[in-house]
Ligand binder design. Structure first.
Ligand SMILES: NC(=O)c1ccc[n+]([C@@H]2O[C@H](COP(=O)([O-])OP(=O)(O)OC[C@H]3O[C@@H](n4cnc5c(N)ncnc54)[C@H](O)[C@@H]3O)[C@@H](O)[C@H]2O)c1
Ligand SMILES: [Zn+2]
Ligand SMILES: [Zn+2]
Length: 391
């Protein structure tokens, strides 16, 4: 089959690889009908997260049709079922799964010794996301083996196009969880850093959850327009002072709730000296992440407020203002998304027409064009916001 394969830094190719096969009674194989490129894939493209090996298949936003099931899956899934695959592989049985903490499932990371070392404890296995999270082949491919498939799936009805359902795999529940973690009150201002696909979903979610005011921050005009269309007031951080504008828009008090949809690869700009320092430290491997957004959020958030971090961080971040964080009594919530915790509710909202997540798609291309689209998405060329690939 064809698949997008990681060969090294900024080197992803569409290769012919061996078709996946059932390896365990709980496996299923799906024929992929649509998959997408995520901002998280860019961290791998840039080789910022350790643990990729040449030959690894990329992708964790995937849906398709079940073509084969293992003997232990029967009943839960059958040939012909249409499923969206959550990016987190879950067993459905461990302590964490029982609590709905699916992204920290204790069972599914088959290389848990690596994650134990790096993170202190293992997290769930993830599709196409380094050997730290199990080294599972991803879904930017014609076929995908879904391990623990009896639990790791979201069944979806026919009659709704892939484009409206695909993002249940990741970015829709991710934006949703980021907003839910803010405990939004009807009087709240929610400020959201990053208007990429995740930020766009967080904006819509914060509005659906009843925020009084949503303020979205980015520097790309097309993404800011999309945020505005979703109901946000926008700040362009290249031409305006984020801190001053946020104060202005909140009577000097700062937003009650702040959401990070940027993560470890915050833009590097001469006007933001801390980002230059982070970049330099990254180059000599003295720091893994560029946490400019975390610093800004901690500084500007209203005392007693909540900081919700959806953006991915990989390792060590320097110069976090713990003094401000502690003295202002802030709360931070974060995590890879517990996808299946939210998807019944979100699927219902899609079916009832409350939201159509396909608004974020700007590019739909054949899988073979994937390598080129990694560049386009990374460079935000051609007003690219979200790429869907068709195998
Ligand atoms: N927690 C999860 O489970 C989860 C799931 C999916 C994605 N993510 C993470 O969410 C983040 C965003 O993903 P995406 O797909 O939207 O990526 P993206 O790269 O398309 O979007 C990031 C956006 O942030 C903007 N940005 C950069 N620096 C900024 C700054 N200082 N202030 C404001 N905006 C800034 C960029 O211009 C860009 O539009 C990534 O870190 C990704 O890994 C997390
Ligand atoms: Zn993702
Ligand atoms: Zn589990």
């Amino acid at each position: 089959m064809k698949a997008l394969v990681w060969h090294g830094k900024e080197d992803i190719r569409c290769d012919t690889v061996t078709d996946p096969e059932i390896q365990d009674p709980r496996d299923a194989i799906i024929k992929v009908t649509s998959c997408a490129i995520c901002g998280s894939d860019l961290h791998l493209f840039h080789n910022f997260i350790p643990g990729m090996l040449p030959g690894d298949i990329m992708g964790h936003e995937t849906m398709g049709e079940v073509v084969e099931v293992g003997s232990a899956v029967d009943g839960k899934l059958k040939k012909g079922d249409r499923i969206v695959v959550p990016f987190t592989i879950i067993c459905g049985e461990c302590d964490q799964c029982k609590r709905g903490n699916f992204s920290v499932c204790e069972t599914t990371n088959r290389k848990r010794y690596l994650a134990d070392k790096v993170f202190g404890h293992t997290t769930a296995g993830l599709f196409g996301y380094t050997h730290l999270t199990g080294g599972y082949p991803g879904g930017q491919a014609e076929y995908l083996r879904v391990p623990y498939a009896d639990a790791t799936h979201i069944k979806v009805p026919s009659g709704i196009p892939d484009e409206q359902l695909l993002f249940l795999s990741d970015i829709f529940p991710t934006g949703w969880q980021a907003a839910v973690q803010c405990d939004i009150e009807p009087t709240d201002t929610v400020a959201i850093w990053g208007c990429g696909p995740v930020g766009q979903m967080a904006i819509r979610s914060a509005i659906l959850l009843g925020a009084n005011q949503v303020i979205a921050i980015d520097c790309l005009p097309e993404r800011l327009s999309m945020a505005e269309a979703g109901g946000a007031t926008t700040i362009n951080f290249e031409t305006e002072s984020v801190l001053e504008r946020l104060k202005e828009l909140t009577d000097g008090k700062g937003p009650e709730k702040c959401i990070d949809c940027v993560g470890m690869e915050s833009h590097v700009m001469a006007s933001l000296p801390d980002t230059l320092l982070d970049r330099a430290k990254q180059m000599v491997m003295a720091e893994s992440d560029r946490p400019h957004v975390l610093r800004e959020m901690i500084y500007v958030c209203r005392p007693g407020g909540i900081i919700s971090v959806a953006g991915v961080y990989s390792g060590l971040s320097d110069m976090l203002p713990m003094g401000a964080f502690m003295n202002k009594g802030l709360t931070m919530r974060t995590g890879q998304t517990h996808v299946n915790r939210w998807t019944d509710d979100l699927l219902r909202r899609i079916e009832e027409g409350e939201i159509d997540p396909s608004f974020v798609i700007t590019h739909t291309v054949p899988l073979e064009q994937g390598p080129e689209m990694y560049q386009v998405f990374r460079d935000k060329r051609d007003s690219c916001v979200k790429v869907v690939l068709k195998p």
